[in-house]
Design a protein around this ligand. Sequence first.
Ligand code: ATP
Length: 193
Amino acid sequence: MQIKRLRLSGFKSFVDPADLRIEPGLTGIVGPNGCGKSNLLEALRWTMGETSARSLRGAGMEDVIFAGTATRPQRDFAEVSMLLETDDAEETEVVRRIERGAGSAYRIDGRDVRAKNVGLLFADAATGAHSPALVSQNRIGAVIAARPAERRAMLEEAAGIAGLHVRRRDAEAKLRATEANLQRLDEVIAEQD
Ligand code: ATP
């Protein structure tokens, strides 16, 4: 999977709509302190489903919305769109939008989806909001100090099997529910005898 374009509107310091095309090869982002380089990485993680405000350097999830400056009023929403090219050369657009007081919502190719669908899309591509490939300044220490179980989770994510774990948990829950139904059915049948 390749990220081809990031489009931000009202996200943190990106108050005006901004497009960032990511060409094949190595991309570097340069600029003076505080110009928004880290905000771009956070926009990626947020669109991939990050749910921790703290790891986005905010106190609450709405802190990603442009908060206003001396000359510009705050915005009521933030939206980030990611254009992806999947391994079979198809294009997919993932959009996350948050409105003040209304929470956030996701769309994949224009269809409303749940956070879980977005999580699975990226987990299958061995990436995602918690991918070890996205290293923010404060995570460098965390990677070094990771416990064995955390390190294993990083390896599983890198190997692209994190999505399988989510599906296994879902399948196990369905199995338990089906077993409970079967047991109930046995009881009903026994009552009929
Ligand atoms: P450095 O090189 O120092 O790490 P950087 O280029 O990575 O800086 P960021 O940390 O991405 O810069 O951007 C910080 C800027 O984003 C600050 O000026 C901050 O005021 C602004 N900012 C963050 N959140 C918001 C928000 N919700 N509304 C408006 N501006 C915001």
